[in-house]
Design a protein around this ligand. Structure first.
Ligand code: FMN
Length: 186
């Protein structure tokens, strides 16, 4: 095996590795507390299972969304196209504890069908979710959600998703590449 010195690799700050592997796309998470909707931005999520469709996500206990999600067990994951980047960052920079982000930032809440949390009209996809496992919430703020209903906006053709590279750096999705899966002969 070659040494890292021979390969001329540079050591990378371990606290910054999230910039390398945050999967994206950056999404927004809506919740409903009483009659008041709220929304936050989220990049730390992952698919876990196809059937039933399970999604894992980290929602910090510093966020207002954390308590609401824990108490109501419901949310919507709304997926914005890159053109909404400015609003997405503002949603992720303010707390719903003190303001109505839908109104202040200019997003339109829409009635969902299976959960009380709203869809976001401006997003090209919305996924209604229920919390199905809180085993890892106390330790890692990690919620496991089941998607119970999904919507897309057919008017938004070929939307480019937004991917976070840390500290305000984003990449908008690029060109689609289609490849055949092929097994490798031993
Ligand atoms: C690009 C971006 C990605 C973010 N990803 C997450 C995340 O994955 N988990 C999280 O807890 N907070 C994340 N945040 C921070 C929350 O969106 C932020 O703390 C927000 O103000 C919480 O709102 P709330 O207090 O109304 O719930 C992110 C913010 C930005 C701008």
């Amino acid at each position: 095996m070659k040494s890292s010195a021979v390969m001329k690799l540079k050591s990378y700050n371990i606290s910054q590795i999230y910039k390398l592997i945050e999967p994206g796309p950056v999404v927004m998470v809506t919740t409903m507390r009483g009659a008041r909707p709220n929304v936050m931005t989220m990049a730390w999520h992952t698919m876990i299972e196809f059937t039933p469709p399970l999604i894992g996500c980290v929602i910090s206990d510093m966020n207002y969304t954390f308590d609401t999600l824990k108490n109501t067990g419901e949310c919507v994951i709304a997926i914005p196209a890159a053109k909404l980047a400015g609003k997405v960052v503002r949603v992720g920079s303010a707390s719903g504890r003190s303001i109505d982000k839908f109104e202040k930032i200019g997003l339109t809440p829409m009635q969902a069908s299976a959960v009380k949390a709203p869809l976001i009209a401006e997003c090209f996809a919305n996924i209604e979710c229920k919390v199905v496992d809180t085993t890892l919430v106390d330790k890692y703020n990690f919620f496991i959600l089941e998607a119970v209903k999904a919507w897309i906006d057919p008017a938004q053709k070929d939307p480019k998703t937004l991917h976070h590279h840390g500290h305000g750096a984003f990449i908008a999705d690029g060109r689609k590449i289609k490849l055949q899966f092929k097994s490798v002969e031993p």
